[in-house]
Design a protein around this ligand. Structure first.
Ligand SMILES: [Zn+2]
Length: 58
């Protein structure tokens, strides 16, 4: 099992830019301001499990 190494998805709370990384960046690469990144990673089989974005959180 390598699910623990699966990267997480983060969505910028300012511009809704979504990126995949193990942890959110300090500055959003899209809007270039320090913003809150929301974890939109999927944790349920319904949306495909780890490695996928939970579409309901978009
Ligand atoms: Zn942004």
């Amino acid at each position: 099992m390598t699910q623990a190494a699966a990267q997480m998805f983060w969505r910028c709370g300012n511009c809704t830019f979504t990126l995949q990384a193990s942890c959110p960046p300090d500055l959003c690469p899209s809007c270039r301001v320090p913003c809150k990144f929301k974890d939109v990673s999927c944790y349920l089989p319904e949306c495909g499990g780890p490695g996928n974005i939970d579409q309901r959180l978009r």
